[in-house]
Design a binder for this molecule. Sequence first.
Ligand code: ADP
Ligand code: MG
Length: 250
Amino acid sequence: MSVVRIEHVYKDYLLGDQKVQALKDITLSFEPGVFLAIAGPSGSGKTTLLNLIGCIDTPTSGKIYINDTDVSGKTPDQLADLRNRTIGFIFQTFNLLPVLSAAENVEYPLLQRKDVSPEERKKRVDYFLDIVGLAKFAEHRPNQLSGGQRQRVAIARALAILPSIVLADEPTANLDHKTGEEILNLMKQINRAFNTTFIFSTHDKRVISKADRLVRVEDGEISILGVRSEEKKWMLARHRQAAETMASNK
Ligand code: ADP
Ligand code: MG
């Protein structure tokens, strides 16, 4: 099973009467629980790709499957429902609502979920603010928080719907290096603890180095598909373990 599958996807934008080919024949699939970086220079198509995976936009041609469901035939309402249940978003500029407290920002996407009771909402808000280390800041407004703290609120908000995928578009680009590293480490801890799939875009080498898997986009095309060494070691250890188990069962 793959959490995201993209098959021969093209995305064109019309700029006046000019066609911009933002993505060209992209085919990819990501397994559940991956911590994956989409790397590439500015204008290479990273945001376009994340918007397609997040069902915020639709491809010009090609197919996208989320949890093995083809999303191309879905209506805007069905896509909104899929997003509200499945996909958490984290943005470069945090995108918090300035008039809401940290707790209210985390609660916000849950207000559209009729199946989540007010008690359950409160539980999740407290739980995820605690996970991101902001239990004491629940009543603070975004302008009373630092950039790193705002991004932590955004992470809690993304997690509150219990998503299977979190998409983060250059989540550290507006943070200083140390804070960016802390945010990446927090995302990775959450990825490991909950097995939530994280797909994030970046053009920062230090951020890329934290990913388990790497997809490099250049001029709308995939130029590198990589598995990072840590995951390779982990896979080898698993294969060895499986081989030993089989041998001892003989
Ligand atoms: P990245 O996120 O890697 O910087 P984008 O996905 O934003 O790249 O952009 C890829 C290409 O598509 C760029 O050439 C950009 O100018 C173009 N593009 C992106 N969004 C639009 C749009 N809404 N209308 C026209 N062109 C766009
Ligand atoms: Mg972008």
